[in-house]
Design a protein around this ligand. Sequence first.
Ligand SMILES: CC(C)(COP(=O)(O)OP(=O)(O)OC[C@H]1O[C@@H](n2cnc3c(N)ncnc32)[C@H](O)[C@@H]1OP(=O)(O)O)[C@@H](O)C(=O)NCCC(=O)NCCS
Length: 164
Amino acid sequence: MANDVVISDIHSLNQNQAFEILSQIARVEKKTFPAKEAFSFGEELWKKKPNTRVLYVTSATNGPSSSVLAYAVYVRQKGVALLHKVCVAEPYRRQGVGQKLMTYVRHRLQKEGCQYVQLWVDKAREPARSLYLRNGFEEREEIPDYYAPGRTGIKMVLDLECGG
Ligand SMILES: CC(C)(COP(=O)(O)OP(=O)(O)OC[C@H]1O[C@@H](n2cnc3c(N)ncnc32)[C@H](O)[C@@H]1OP(=O)(O)O)[C@@H](O)C(=O)NCCC(=O)NCCS
């Protein structure tokens, strides 16, 4: 599966295409995360937020109209990026898509001159923590009840200047 995908940026689309992709992403987001943690994939992401990048993954064989398999969102302020989301739609997990997306994000941030990437992850999200560790992130801080009572948040950091 991972060899057969294309990673694109919503900012390379025209408005109608971008809105269609954002609405597909919003549907996957709603299925994956509790309402309180769901990122808002509104149309303003395409119109007014140049620092916020939304990347999405589609199948190469099914062509440009194929549906969104995965996505990632980051906000970059000079040398620091906050990675808000990495998500693979459930039927496509465990096939290398998340890893491919992470490699792409890392290289792209490096090219953009970013030095550090930060993120917060729910301690109970083992697949995500494993994916981030595998990509060079280090766990730096734990905050109990960060997401909700009983749900610990872990801050992870990737230093891109240290060969990440
Ligand atoms: C985390 C997530 C993005 C991984 O995507 P994926 O496409 O299934 O991952 P890949 O197949 O590319 O696997 C890459 C690595 O991720 C980790 N991983 C993925 N699924 C895992 C699982 N079920 N259990 C443990 N580790 C897992 C492993 O380190 C794996 O490397 P390995 O194959 O050498 O073990 C996906 O599970 C997901 O979208 N989860 C829900 C959303 C989420 O929690 N996002 C992160 C918080 S925003």
